[in-house]
Design a protein around this ligand. Structure first.
Ligand SMILES: [Ca+2]
Ligand SMILES: [Ca+2]
Length: 405
C-alpha cells in the first residue's frame, strides 16, 4: 500500500497538482495509441445545453441527495464530514449534520454517502456511510431534529465493516424501489484485490449489499436475498465481483440499478442490472471490464455478468457512475443515463434499449465550458426531487444541467 492515493484515483502516488501533470502526460503519451478501441469519438451533445454553476466553496462534495418529494432543498455531502443544505438555491451556512470528528478523510476515506428513508417525511430517518477514525466503514442511522434544517447530532451504527486498506471503500447507499437499503462496498483496497474479496461470498467487501432497516434492529436480512441460507455466504450480499462501485443508482422509472465500477489499470465499466436481479457476479478480479484480469487471452468467465459499457484508460482512469435522467424539465432526455470520469472530467450518456446501449453522446464540453476548461475531478452526479441533474466536482463546485435560456 502506498502512503497517499488521490481520491479515488489509486494508481499513482501523487499529490493533487502532480496528478494533473500526470494526466496531461498520460494524454500525450496515449494520443497515438491504436489499441484500446474506446478512442472513437462520440457525438457531442446538442449545443443548446449548458452547465450552470450553482454552488462553490464546498469542502470536497461527493454526494447530493434530496428527501423524496422535497423540491425546495438539496443535501450535499462533504467528504470532510458535513452535510450541507441548499434551500431554494441558497447554501445554508449551518450544516444539517457535522460528524467530522468521527471521520477519517485521507485518500478515498471520508463521509461518502447519504440516503433518505423512503418515509423520511413522516419518520425523519436518514443514513450515512463513512470511514471511521480507525479507517473502517460505518453505516449509521440518524434522524432529523424538530428543526427540519438540522439533524440530531448523534446516530447509531447499523453496519460495521473492517477495511484492510485505505482505498476502495465504496460509499454509495441508496434505497431501492423495494424499500430496502443497498450499500456499495469496494474490494477493501490495495491493488488487484490481493485478498480475493470480490469473488468471495464470505466477506461483505467487493459487494453491493441489500438490508431491511425496518425489519429489525439494527437491520434484517431480507429472506429473498440471493445467498440467504447458503453455507459460508453472507446473507446481506445482493451482488458480488465488484472492485469499487463508487457510485450506483436506481432508475426511478424502471427500477434498474446502474453501477459504475472503477477499474484497475485499463478498463472502466458501467453495469446495468434489471430490477430485482440479485445474485449477479460482476467479475472482479477475474475480469476488468470485458477483459481478463490481469491480462492474457483467456480466463474463466463462466457466470460473469458483462458490463453494458466500458472505456479504456485513454479516456480516463476512474469511472463515476451517475443517474438515469427522469426529470420533467428536459423531457427529450428521459431515460438517458449520465456517467463520467473522475480524472478527466469526461461526461457521457447512453440510453438502454433492450440489452444494448444506444444514442451515446459526449457531454464533456458542456462542463468544460462552464468550468473554464480545467481538468476536473468529477466526484459524483446528483438528482434532486424534481429529477434535475447535477455535476459535483471535488474542488468544491456544483453545477446543474439545463437548456440554455
Ligand atoms: Ca478500503
Ligand atoms: Ca466487472
Amino acid at each position: 500500500m502506498r502512503p497517499f492515493r488521490p481520491f479515488p484515483l489509486d494508481r499513482a502516488t501523487l499529490a493533487p497538482i502532480p496528478v494533473l501533470l500526470f494526466l496531461l502526460v498520460l494524454g500525450v503519451a496515449c494520443s497515438d495509441k491504436t489499441s484500446g478501441s474506446s478512442v472513437s469519438p462520440l457525438p457531442t451533445a446538442n449545443p443548446d445545453y449548458e452547465a450552470v454553476r450553482l454552488f462553490t466553496g464546498l469542502s470536497s462534495p461527493v454526494d447530493l441527495q434530496a428527501p423524496p418529494g422535497d423540491t425546495s432543498r438539496v443535501f450535499i455531502v462533504e467528504k470532510t464530514g458535513r452535510i450541507r443544505i441548499a434551500k431554494h438555491g441558497v447554501l445554508l451556512a449551518r450544516p444539517f449534520l457535522d460528524i467530522s470528528a468521527l471521520v477519517s478523510t485521507g485518500s478515498e476515506q471520508g463521509l461518502l454517502g447519504l440516503a433518505f428513508h423512503p418515509s423520511y417525511a413522516s419518520n425523519g430517518k436518514f443514513f450515512v456511510d463513512y470511514t471511521n477514525l480507525a479507517g473502517d466503514t460505518r453505516v449509521a442511522a440518524y434522524t432529523v431534529s424538530s428543526d427540519p434544517d438540522s439533524a440530531v447530532p448523534s446516530g447509531t451504527t447499523i453496519l460495521a465493516v473492517d477495511q484492510p486498506y485505505s482505498n476502495h471503500n465504496g460509499g454509495q447507499i441508496a434505497f431501492g424501489p423495494d424499500g430496502f437499503l443497498y450499500i456499495g462496498l469496494g474490494d477493501g483496497g490495495s491493488g488487484g484485490d490481493p485478498q480475493g474479496n470480490g469473488q468471495s461470498l464470505a466477506t461483505l467487501l467487493g459487494k453491493i449489499l441489500r438490508i431491511d432497516v425496518d425489519g429489525a434492529a439494527p437491520y434484517a436480512v431480507p429472506p429473498t436475498n440471493p445467498f440467504v441460507g447458503r453455507s459460508g455466504a453472507r446473507g446481506e450480499i445482493w451482488s458480488y465481483g465488484l472492485r469499487n462501485p463508487w457510485r450506483f443508482s436506481f432508475d426511478a422509472t424502471s427500477g434498474a440499478m446502474w453501477i459504475g465500477d472503477v477499474g484497475q489499470d485499463a478498463w472502466e465499466e458501467i453495469d446495468v442490472e434489471p430490477a430485482g436481479s440479485g445474485g449477479r457476479n460482476y467479475g472482479w478480479n477475474r475480469t476488468e471490464g470485458t477483459h481478463c484480469y490481469p491480462g492474457g487471452f483467456s480466463c474463466d468467465t463462466t457466470g460473469i455478468a458483462r458490463p453494458l459499457l466500458e472505456y479504456g484508460h485513454d479516456a480516463g482512469c476512474s469511472v463515476t457512475g451517475g443517474y438515469v435522467y427522469r426529470g420533467s424539465a428536459l423531457p427529450e432526455l428521459d431515460g438517458t443515463y449520465f456517467y463520467g470520469d473522475f480524472c478527466t472530467g469526461m461526461i457521457r450518456s447512453a440510453r438502454l434499449v433492450g440489452n444494448a446501449a444506444t444514442e451515446m453522446q459526449d457531454w464533456t464540453t458542456v462542463l468544460r465550458r462552464a468550468s473554464g476548461g480545467a481538468l476536473n475531478q468529477l466526484s459524483s452526479f446528483g438528482v434532486d426531487a424534481r429529477g434535475d441533474l447535477y455535476f459535483l466536482l471535488l474542488d468544491g463546485d456544483i453545477y446543474r444541467l439545463r437548456r440554455k435560456p
